[in-house]
Write a protein that binds this ligand. Structure first.
Ligand SMILES: C[S@@+](CC[C@H](N)C(=O)[O-])C[C@H]1O[C@@H](n2cnc3c(N)ncnc32)[C@H](O)[C@@H]1O
Ligand SMILES: Nc1nc2[nH]cc(C(=O)O)c2c(=O)[nH]1
Ligand code: SF4
Ligand SMILES: [Mg+2]
Length: 199
């Protein structure tokens, strides 16, 4: 069966976005070429520097901690064909599968929830449009707020829209709060696990 390069796996709360606070098992796949300067997981960028795990090995790790859901993240997960990973985890674990992606590569796999975090450094592939449940735009300054609105128009009306400021910049957090006070269609997402010192 197919294997995937794994940066890390961990059991924590979903720190961000719509499912914030839920008990989740995270699988971080290696490989990303999007190049965000603010990326908080740059160690995930190399594709070939991480150990390969089979889908069965990953399923065993999930089952050992009995989480309420599994989050596939990275790196950029869509650089891989996620079909075997999601079909295998679904068959072996029977848990909801969530995806964190920039959408920069064609969509693959079957997910119960897709969080789309587009980046100005590499445009999303149009294939993600049909699958998005949540839009989560990282805010580092005023220009990102303008840019976020472009994607709010691009996704379906029913998509839940979050602005996620860089967690360690109080100016950016203030800027984001002030914007939301004038744009009630947006919600705030904070990376709560970082404030708590959890992975
Ligand atoms: C590390 S990325 C991995 C998944 C995928 N490559 C992506 O960017 O969506 C996981 C989430 O963290 C967000 N993120 C990365 N660096 C961040 C930072 N410095 N501040 C806030 N959010 C950040 C991303 O936008 C994404 O929503
Ligand atoms: N606790 C926790 N929640 C998260 N939600 C998305 C994450 C990610 O890196 O994709 C993440 C993460 O790294 N940790
Ligand atoms: S797309 Fe995601 S993993 Fe890749 S550099 Fe940007 S934030 Fe980091
Ligand atoms: Mg993270």
């Amino acid at each position: 069966m197919k294997s995937y390069p794994i940066v890390e796996t961990f059991h924590s709360i979903q720190g961000e976005g719509y499912w914030m606070g839920r008990n989740a098992f995270f699988i971080r796949l290696g490989g990303c070429d999007v190049g965000c300067w603010f990326c908080d997981t740059k160690e995930s960028w190399p594709m070939d520097k991480h150990p390969q795990y089979s889908v069965e090995q990953l399923a065993q790790e999930v089952l050992a901690v009995n989480p309420s859901m599994v989050v596939i993240t990275g790196g950029e997960p869509l650089m891989h064909d996620l079909h075997e990973l999601t079909e295998g985890l679904r068959a072996l674990c029977g848990l909801p599968l969530h995806l964190e992606t920039s959408g920069a590569y064609p969509f693959s796999g079957t997910f119960d929830w897709v969080t789309f975090s587009p980046k100005r450094f590499k445009s999303p592939d149009s294939s993600i449009g049909d699958y998005v449940n949540e839009l989560k735009v990282v805010i580092t300054g005023a220009e990102d707020l303008e840019w976020a609105q472009k994607y709010a128009q691009w996704v379906d009306d029913k998509v839940v829209k979050f602005l996620q400021p860089e967690w360690n910049s109080s100016e950016t957090i203030d800027l984001t709060v002030k914007f939301i006070l004038h744009h009630p269609e947006w919600r705030m997402s904070l990376q709560t696990h970082k404030f708590l010192g959890w992975p």
